[in-house]
Design a protein around this ligand. Structure first.
Ligand SMILES: O=c1ccn([C@H]2C[C@H](O)[C@@H](COP(=O)(O)O)O2)c(=O)[nH]1
Length: 159
């Protein structure tokens, strides 16, 4: 997981440079971007759609949404200088829906008080969500690398 921070830093720096921005001025946008990605992820799992019989999206689609959120979480860690994250994950809630609420709660706490502690809670709650979705660390790293390459390409193509 730790090497992902340096890979993320390279992508962030490229994006900032492309768009003529400084790391500090995009923090609040980045936090909103994370909230949006978490919503997109929840939407693909359909875990809260008690009114619908339609099944969840394919695993690959869900995993791609998951690693979009991970990009922003890694990036927030770089912003704060918290690039060493203990591997353990947070408590597991009793359902996916509850776990999504726990992640949103962790984002809200982090928004109000951006500290190493609140960052670790956010990171670990998000890792637990990944575990509950059925992904192991290898799945996540592979999917992260693949999306990271796409993000680089998009910047090169003037996204
Ligand atoms: O500073 C940034 C801004 C964006 N992204 C990545 C994270 C997501 O993978 C992707 C989101 O882009 P959309 O596909 O939602 O446009 O961009 C970063 O890694 N760092």
């Amino acid at each position: 997981m730790e090497q992902l921070f340096s890979i993320q830093r390279q992508l962030d720096n490229k994006i900032l440079e492309e768009h003529g921005l400084q790391r500090d001025e995009v923090r609040t946008d980045k936090l909103l971007a994370l909230q949006v990605e978490i919503g997109e992820l929840a939407n693909e799992t359909r875990c809260f759609k008690y009114w619908s019989r339609k099944p969840a999206a394919d695993e690959g689609v869900i995993l791609e949404e998951y690693v979009d959120g991970l990009h922003f979480i890694l990036s927030l860690g770089i912003d704060g200088g918290w690039e060493k994250v203990p591997a353990q994950s947070a408590d597991k809630m009793e359902s996916l829906t509850e776990q999504f609420h726990a992640v949103y709660q962790a984002v809200a706490v982090f928004y109000t008080k951006q500290s190493r502690d609140s960052y670790l809670t956010l990171f670990q709650t998000y890792l637990k969500l990944g575990e509950m979705l059925g992904y192991n660390e290898q799945d996540i790293e592979t999917a992260y690398m693949s999306k990271n390459n796409i993000n680089h390409k998009r910047q090169n193509e003037g996204y």
